[in-house]
Design a protein around this ligand. Sequence first.
Ligand code: AKB
Length: 315
Amino acid sequence: MKKILVIGAGGQIGTELVLLLEEKFGKDAVWASDIKDDCPKALKHSNYVALNVLDNDKLSSIVKDKEITDVYLLAALLSATAEKDPKFAWKLNMDGLFNVLDLAKDGHIKKVFWPSSIAVFGPTTPKRNTPQHTIMEPSTVYGISKQAGEQWCAWYHEKYGVDVRSIRYPGLISYSTLPGGGTTDYAVDIFYHAKQNSEYTCFVNEETTLPMMYMDDAVRATVELMEAPASKIKIRSSYNLGGVSFTPEDLKEEIKKQIPDFKIGYEPDFRQKIADSWPESINDESAQKDWGWKHEYDLKKLVGVMLENVDTELM
Ligand code: AKB
């Protein structure tokens, strides 16, 4: 019987992924875990166990006691935070992955999902319609850890047959949980400020085009990839995933259709350099061809759902 453990479930992806997995496989099949003792509010109806993924003994006993078959490992430090604490970012992003891959290698887990990111690309990567296979010289600690992690996933698959699957997420946009520590976070923050006081100061400049995706598409892609027959998974490093690309100005124009007096100012900080090193748009033909990926949310739909649902109390 399928038993799923979501590690880092209190984060932006985790909260929505847990709910989707529960809907699909039933509440009894899903365990949410995060570092805090108390269950995150958004998951108060879910099965919850406190877990620091760096605590290998506890991870191992949870996996064995609960007879976990599938692990979604989401605990990580994102791009902006990782630049401030590089050594810890490397430790968390890499050791957490090794702990899970080793349990899979030893036969305790059947399937592993591990998130990669557009951060694996760097300033020398072709910026538009970035191919699946291309130059990857990441310039951030986060990107370096994601690129190394991708190669470790491919190696564990090749060497030990570990069924590990991965997606290079673009910036993710959602309203249930605030993102933390990423460069693409501006595209979420902006909605809270637009709703609260019709004004936002953006930390990347008006020309910054980045690939983004609404969370429903991202979690659907994650579960579709994990549920695809193994024979269809041709890439064991990580799949490119495209959604919608826009600048803060594009976002402003779309928001103004509903909040006409919305204003945006620009004060680029250290995150500008990170954003400038990433692609503007992503080619995801491999994901389309191998496991039938197709995104649904365009800019208009995404802005509509965000403005309708963001709760400024969360800020
Ligand atoms: C970040 O901005 O660090 C993340 C990412 C693109 O992986 N959202």
